[in-house]
Design a protein around this ligand. Structure first.
Ligand code: ZN
Length: 120
């Protein structure tokens, strides 16, 4: 099967798991914005390093940490959905609608008190 090897989201670099999660400039902005919502203003790490960081954060039993872990999982899922939607249907969501979808998915799955922390 012939596939375009270039990332469909940024059209700049060869697509790979490492690029999609989180080297791609389009994706970096999404994850940076979500981290900023939780007061984390830092550079985006490699996927493996982000997984390690999130798994460490989630061990602390705080609502903010639970939500951050949920946002991470939803972000990865929505990145995959976005990539597939663009490739197979041509539909593309810009960053802000995608962030809203991620936050909505998390808000739909968390408790009411945790949900209040997502109100921006
Ligand atoms: Zn890319």
């Amino acid at each position: 099967m012939q596939c375009d090897p270039i990332c469909f989201l940024c059209n700049l670099h060869p697509e790979s798991i490492e690029h999609l999660l989180f080297e791609c400039s389009f994706i970096k902005v999404i994850w940076e914005r979500i981290l900023a919502i939780f007061g984390c203003n830092r550079s985006i790490l490699s996927f493996d390093a982000e997984v390690m960081w999130v798994s460490k954060i989630c061990r602390k039993d705080r609502a903010k940490n639970r939500l951050l872990g949920m946002c991470f999982a939803e972000s990865v899922y929505h990145i995959w959905l976005q990539r597939n939607s663009l490739i197979f249907t041509g539909n593309f969501k810009s960053g802000e609608p995608m962030i809203r979808d991620i936050l909505f998915a998390v808000a739909s799955r968390c408790s009411g008190s945790d949900r209040n922390l997502l109100i921006l």
